[in-house]
Write a protein that binds this ligand. Structure first.
Ligand SMILES: [Ca+2]
Ligand SMILES: [Ca+2]
Length: 341
């Protein structure tokens, strides 16, 4: 009987483990795996007595470098393999807890959050209820800030952020933000505002159905024929539009519409629907309003819109509320709202 022959060990890193294998040692009766955290030792027995040629060290910690060697034994003595180093990768755990804060701007909300340990990406979610109805607002983010420019002034929104990695996700606290309405000097002077609601909140069907009420909180009546309303959107393709005024308190025949291509498009607006009013529409008394103006438009080929990327579109409320992203002009001068920029 002679001592076991020379042989070679190899090691492969796993997640918090190391997989070892070795060639057969001639004449070996059994093997033992030894481990050290130093290449020079000391090595301690890790395994019991083995007869196979593989061993998995599941007691390893991710990110630590270990040194392994294998000892082959028979009754004549023992032979030790080469030493291999293996650095197991760290186990992926769900992202850590983190905190979001929000700041109100004019028709927008600025969010920032602390880092969630181990997070690969973040998503911002929004709801108009603090307890339910959260929907993804942003795409996948790696930054720790996000600005919601789709917010409407004087509306309270609830935001939270979800951090994600391969192991799962973590959700931040919820913050509420109420963006301010824009102040336009002319609007303050005239007291005019535009209320809006989407008659159809489906952002991906063949109809865009904005409905409006023009309100006059000023001290004098305003002739409707001096007014223009603009509703901004991206047309998504080059198809032309059909306009319908389904109903208007002032008489739908008194509502005129045209679609105007913007000379300076923005990410959320390349076209606007412009409403003007015939003299038959009369005037809006001080303290009064126009009544509902129920408009709708479709593409001539009835293909679907994508309204979620439209400047003036909002599903924040299905009741009539002020929408500063619908603009109103008196004799061509901006009197309400913010044009897209
Ligand atoms: Ca729609
Ligand atoms: Ca669009």
């Amino acid at each position: 009987m002679t001592v076991p022959g020379s042989f070679t060990a190899t090691g492969t890193a796993g997640t918090a483990q190391a997989a070892l294998s070795w060639t057969a040692s001639s004449g070996a009766a059994s093997y033992k795996v030894q481990r050290s955290t130093s290449s020079s030792g000391s090595f301690a027995d890790l395994s019991g007595t083995l007869t196979g040629l593989t061993y998995t060290d599941t007691t390893a910690a991710g990110g630590t470098t270990y040194y392994y060697r294998v000892v082959a034994t028979n009754t004549a003595g023992s032979t030790t393999s080469n030493t291999v180093s293996v650095t197991p990768t760290s186990a992926v755990t769900v992202p850590g807890s983190f905190t979001v804060t929000g700041t109100a701007g004019t028709s927008q909300a600025s969010l920032s959050w602390t880092a969630s340990s181990g997070a690969a990406s973040y998503k911002v979610q929004r709801s108009t209820s603090g307890s339910s109805g959260f929907a993804d607002l942003s795409g996948s983010l790696t930054a720790l800030t996000y600005t919601d420019t789709t917010a409407v002034g004087d509306t309270t929104y609830y935001y939270r952020v979800v951090s994600t990695n391969a192991a799962g996700s973590a959700t931040s606290n919820t913050v509420s933000v109420t963006p301010a309405s824009p102040s336009t000097g002319e609007g303050t002077a005239t007291g005019l505002a535009v209320q809006y609601r989407p008659n159809d909140t489906d952002a991906a069907n063949s109809a865009a159905a904005p409905q409006f009420i023009i309100t006059n909180s000023g001290t004098s009546a305003v002739g409707m024929s001096t007014l223009k309303v603009r509703y901004y959107f991206t047309k998504d393709n080059s198809t032309a539009f059909n306009f319908f005024c389904d109903w208007a308190q002032i008489g739908s025949d008194n509502v005129q519409a045209q679609f105007v291509s913007m000379t300076t498009p923005t990410a959320t607006a390349d076209t606007y629907l412009e409403l003007t009013f015939k003299s038959g529409a009369g005037s809006i008394a001080a303290g009064g309003n126009s009544g509902q103006i129920q408009t709708r438009f479709s593409k001539t080929d009835w293909t679907n819109f994508s309204e979620s990327n439209d400047y003036s579109f909002s599903t924040a409320s299905t009741s009539f509320v002020n929408n500063s992203k619908v603009t109103l002009y008196v004799n061509g001068t901006l009197a309400w709202g913010n044009e897209p920029s």
